[in-house]
Design a protein around this ligand. Structure first.
Ligand SMILES: Cc1cc2nc3c(=O)[nH]c(=O)nc-3n(C[C@H](O)[C@H](O)[C@H](O)COP(=O)(O)OP(=O)(O)OC[C@H]3O[C@@H](n4cnc5c(N)ncnc54)[C@H](O)[C@@H]3O)c2cc1C
Length: 263
């Protein structure tokens, strides 16, 4: 369960960049920011997507190299660092526990970034919905919105202590949905809140990401509301009871498919 250099002959993701932990800071009980830098930063070619993400390389308990996907919350060209906000979700998994224990000097190997979404300045309003795994991407999108933007962001998390401060334009309301003792990935909080919301007039742009089951519920709400495919960025970021390896593999099985919405 460690983060290691690629084994000789292992299948390499596109471009691997070796970085090291500069510092790690707790943003909330369930969120740790890890700031990565080092000589490898110069190989990191950023893009203009607010949901830009990297694949991080880990070695699992069986010695297999696996990847975990993380949003790049911030690229700091002056300090030559990238920041990633990790959900710490207990002892299970590779990336969460790695981030919880991260200390200066630890190595991190990433590839990317990919990405697919940026706020559309011509949208009449914006709707964001996600759990804390999508919080970094939602926070980056809120940062990038023009000051005149209007909309609402629904973010599901554990308790008030996890509701971190976000910069958002005055016309964009941030609503925290607290699951408290319920298990992450086992609530209907996001779909209920979006369905009950008083939708504004005009063309909405939607960014919805998080636990797969919750995203399936949201997909049905968006369909009912007449949101079209081009207005929608929606995907599962993880799935309850699945490692990321299984979650990614299941995208080729019926359980892993979030039925697309037509135009
Ligand atoms: C494009 C993209 C961007 C993402 N960005 C981020 C990000 O910025 N920050 C972030 O924290 N995550 C992000 N994720 C989600 C992250 O990749 C998964 O949560 C991943 O499974 C974590 O790996 P792990 O090794 O900690 O746990 P795994 O080994 O994959 O899973 C172990 C167990 O933990 C559970 N688990 C996994 N994630 C969570 C969670 N968030 N809450 C509760 N239980 C969980 C699994 O269901 C499984 O039972 C992103 C995913 C995608 C696809």
């Amino acid at each position: 369960m460690s983060l290691t250099a690629p084994a000789a002959g292992a299948r390499k993701p596109r471009t691997q960049i070796t970085l090291s932990v500069v510092r790690a800071l707790r943003l909330s009980p369930h969120l740790v920011r890890v700031v990565l830098g080092g000589a490898g930063f110069d190989e990191f070619v950023s893009n203009d997507k607010t949901d830009k993400y990297v694949k991080m390389l880990f070695t699992d308990v069986d010695g297999h190299q696996v990847t975990r996907t993380y949003t790049v919350r911030e690229v700091n060209e002056v300090d030559k660092t990238i920041s990633i906000d990790f959900v710490v979700h207990g002892d299970e998994g590779l990336a969460g526990p790695w981030a919880a224990a991260a200390k200066p000097g630890d190595m991190a190997i990433v590839s990317g970034p990919g990405g697919g979404y940026a706020p559309d300045p011509t949208a009449d309003w914006h709707l964001f919905a996600g759990d804390e795994s999508a919080l970094p991407a939602i926070a980056s999108a809120l940062d990038a919105l023009p000051s005149t933007a209007r909309g609402v962001a629904f973010i599901e998390t554990y308790t008030e202590a996890d509701a971190i401060e976000l910069r958002a334009p005055e016309g964009v309301e941030v609503r925290w949905l607290l699951r408290r003792d319920a298990h992450a990935g086992k609530t209907t909080l996001l779909a209920d809140a979006v369905a009950d919301h008083d939708w504004a007039e005009g063309r909405v742009q939607v960014f919805a990401h998080g636990e797969r089951g919750a995203m399936k519920q949201l997909r049905d709400v968006f369909k009912e509301r007449g949101v079209t495919r081009t207005q929608l960025s929606l995907s599962g970021y993880w799935a309850f009871g699945r490692t990321e390896d299984r979650f990614q593999a299941e995208k080729r099985e019926p359980v892993g498919v979030i039925e697309p919405i037509s135009d």
